[in-house]
Every structure is written in structure tokens, then in C-alpha cells.
Design a binder for this molecule. Structure first.
Ligand SMILES: *Cc1c(COP(=O)(O)O)cnc(C)c1O
Length: 394
């Protein structure tokens, strides 16, 4: 196989919400567990299994420490999709005799929305809270939606399209007051936001390694073990791994990678400051040179690496094609870009279908350089006016 010449420049990666590159240090931590240390973490009668088991324990500690949990509260899964499914269906089924009402939000990830829809088809009632024009839900709406039947509130920590950061602490307080379990999908937040399940009264939290510079195919679900203990119905049955919540031989290299990735995210809020600086530099260059461009989401409560912009008079697909050699960006979330439908997130924020089709999502990351940000800004500034001229002629 011929390797790609170093001179063959690839587009600058501006799609960290879809997935992040693996950190070299994470890769190096994983390598031994593919080769010499191949043991099954559940077969601890010999050194092979014991070594694997010790590595899993270490990863559990690293992930727990990132979110201020205890190691025995971390359940390994295949990713945030599975964690969301297990949290929502697991609580719903376990609590079915208490009530069949769930509160969620209109802007959740499909892994949450489609799981809620599945439960609706099976007799549960789901309230989808609206968001304001910045994509934020009002904690008072959460309070007002709670009924004696409510068993779960599921609201994401940070949105994967527009980067809005939910009032998680307020929702957690309300959930605790009403003794309702609170699940939050924190997949997008883990690398950039200081997470604390104790401070924020979170009952369940979904995480994904590949959104935090770890490998794909591994994630975790935090399940509160005390004060109060959360009970779940498992979805995958078998050997009783992960305290019976999730059977199946553990993906040891992946788990080691997720642990290392979590360790490297321990100063998330410091790293976020420098990424936000680049994001703001990119935005100010674009906004100063091109009129008719607006940022979506909240100016204050937003992910450091997110820049969702609507460019009046420019179809997002045309922009992506025009810049495909230079910038790898996205029209929306990775899952909705497969469809023609406009983003459900922008719709819920009150944007028109036209505006949704004029929106692109740029997401920066740990390895984005200042030169990258400047080059992306320069290309956007160069291409947008010419696309506008073209669309006026057409
Ligand atoms: C990426 C993502 C998921 C899905 O995670 P996987 O690990 O790819 O299954 C779920 N929720 C949010 C908010 C995400 O960004």
C-alpha cells in the first residue's frame, strides 16, 4: 500500500463534535493491551486476567475521578449511545410500577430521543421540554413538568450541534427535591467542561471515549450507588459483568484508552480556555469581514470548541463542497447529516428550514493550532462572498 505523501495536505479538521482524533498518549497506553496483556479481565485466576483486571480498575478510577464519582459507579459500555439506552430504558423498566413518565428536551441527541420514542411506543409518556432561541431549557419548565408518575429526567449537559450548556446544577437540584432520577448525556462536555456528579446531583451520566480523544466503541455510564442508589434493569444479559448492569467480556484496550483519555482531560476547563480563544479568534475574523453571519447557541453558556454559524444566502452544502479541500466541517450532527431533514435542534430553537440549510458547524479541538483557525477564517471569508454572488445569479 502506498502511503499518502506528507506534502498531500488534508483539510483542517473542524468536526470534533463528530469524533476526536486519538491522542498519541492514549494510543501508547492502549498498545500493550492488544498484545502481551491480552487477558480477560474476568478471568483473574492467573496473571493474564489479573493484569487486565488491574488495568480496568485503574481506568475506572481515572474516569470516576474526572466526574467526581466512585470507581464502582462506572459501568463500561460500547459508547454513549448504549449508555443513553441503558440509562433511560433501564430506569424506565425498573421503575415501571412507580410511574411511566419521562421528561426530556427537544434538542437531545438521537440516542436519547429515539430511546424515548421506543418507550412511548410501549406505553410510557414523554414530555419534551422546549428550548429558547439559544437552545437552553428553563429549569422552571422542568419543575412544572414533574408529576407523581415521573421517574426520570434526561437532559444533555452540552448540545452536539450548537454547543449550548444546560443548567445541569439547577435541574439536578429540582430532580433531587422531587426524588426523581436525573440522567445527563455528557458526551460532548467531558473534554471541555468541569463535570461533578455530586455538586450537580446527577444520578446517571453518559460518556463516550471518542469524543474525548480516546478510541471509538467504548463509553461509560455513571450510575449513582448511594444517596440515593439508582436501580436499573440491564439490557444485555449474560455473565453478570459490570455488577450485572452490562454483561459481556470487557474491551480492555478500549477501556484502558478511555481511562487515559479521562486522565488527560482532568484539566478540561483550562484546556477549554485556550480552545475558546482560538474559536473566538476565528469567529471575530469571519464576523468582521463578512456581513450576514450569526452564531447559533448561547454566547455565555457554550462549549469552548463549538462554532455553529448561519450564513445568510449561502447553502451549507455548497459551502462544504467549495471548501472540501481546506476544511472538514459539518452541516449538523453526524447522525442527521445522513438525512435531508433540517436539524431538529435548530428547529426547536425557532430557526426556519432555510436558516437550518444555511448553517454549518465548526468544532475545534485539542490539536487545532492558531494557524489552523486563521486559515479556516481566511477560506470562509474568501468563499462566502463568491457563493453569494453565484446564488444571486442562479
Ligand atoms: C456522539 C454522541 C453520542 C453517541 O456516542 P457514541 O459513543 O458514538 O455512541 C451520544 N450523545 C452525544 C451528545 C454525542 O455527542
Amino acid at each position: 500500500m502506498k502511503s499518502m505523501g506528507a506534502s498531500q495536505r488534508r483539510p483542517i479538521y473542524m468536526d470534533h463534535h463528530a469524533t476526536t482524533p486519538l491522542d498519541q498518549r492514549v494510543f501508547e497506553a492502549m498498545v500493550p493491551y492488544f498484545l502481551d496483556e491480552f487477558g480477560n479481565a474476568a478471568s483473574v485466576d492467573h496473571v493474564y486476567g489479573a493484569t487486565a483486571s488491574a488495568a480496568v480498575d485503574r481506568a475506572r478510577e481515572q474516569i470516576a475521578s474526572l466526574i467526581n464519582a466512585r470507581p464502582d459507579e462506572i459501568i463500561f459500555t460500547s459508547g454513549a449511545t448504549e449508555s443513553d439506552n441503558l440509562a433511560i430504558v433501564g430506569v424506565a423498566e425498573h421503575q415501571a410500577s412507580k410511574g411511566k413518565h419521562i421528561i426530556s428536551a427537544a434538542t437531545e441527541h438521537k440516542a436519547v430521543l429515539d430511546t424515548c420514542a421506543y418507550l412511548e411506543r410501549r406505553g410510557w409518556r414523554v414530555t419534551y421540554l422546549p428550548v429558547d432561541h439559544q437552545g437552553l431549557i428553563d429549569p422552571d419548565d422542568v419543575r412544572a413538568a414533574i408529576t407523581p408518575e415521573t421517574v426520570l429526567i434526561t437532559v444533555m449537559t452540552a448540545n452536539n450541534e450548537v454547543g449550548s450548556i444546560a443548567p445541569v446544577a439547577e435541574i439536578g437540584r429540582i430532580a433531587k427535591e422531587h426524588a426523581v432520577a436525573f440522567h445527563t448525556d455528557a458526551a460532548q462536555a467531558a473534554a471541555y467542561v468541569d463535570l461533578d456528579v455530586e455538586r450537580d446531583n446527577v444520578s446517571l451520566m453518559s460518556l463516550s471515549a471518542h469524543k474525548m480523544y480516546g478510541p471509538k466503541g467504548v463509553g461509560a455510564l455513571y450510575v449513582r450507588n448511594r444517596n440515593p442508589r439508582i436501580r436499573l434493569e440491564p439490557m444485555i444479559h449474560g455473565g453478570g459483568h459490570e455488577r450485572g448492569f452490562r454483561s459481556g467480556t470487557l474491551n480492555v484496550p478500549g477501556i484502558v484508552g478511555m481511562g487515559a483519555a479521562s486522565w488527560l482531560c482532568r484539566d478540561a476547563s483550562i484546556e477549554a480556555t485556550s480552545i475558546a480563544h482560538l474559536r473566538d479568534r476565528l469567529w471575530s475574523a469571519v464576523s468582521q469581514s463578512v456581513p450576514g453571519v450569526v452564531v447559533n447557541g448561547s454566547p455565555e453558556r457554550r462549549l469552548a470548541n463549538n462554532l455553529s454559524i448561519t450564513i445568510r444566502g449561502v447553502e451549507n452544502r455548497s459551502l462544504l463542497i467549495a471548501l472540501r479541500e481546506d476544511v472538514a466541517m459539518s452541516t449538523g450532527s453526524a447522525c442527521t447529516t445522513m438525512k435531508i431533514e433540517p436539524s431538529h435542534v435548530l428547529r426547536a430553537m425557532g430557526r426556519s428550514d432555510t436558516e437550518a440549510h444555511e448553517t454549518v458547524r465548526l468544532s475545534l479541538g485539542r490539536f487545532t493550532s492558531c494557524d489552523d483557525a486563521d486559515l479556516v477564517a481566511e477560506r470562509l471569508c474568501a468563499v462566502i462572498p463568491s457563493l453569494r454572488r453565484l446564488s444571486r445569479i442562479a
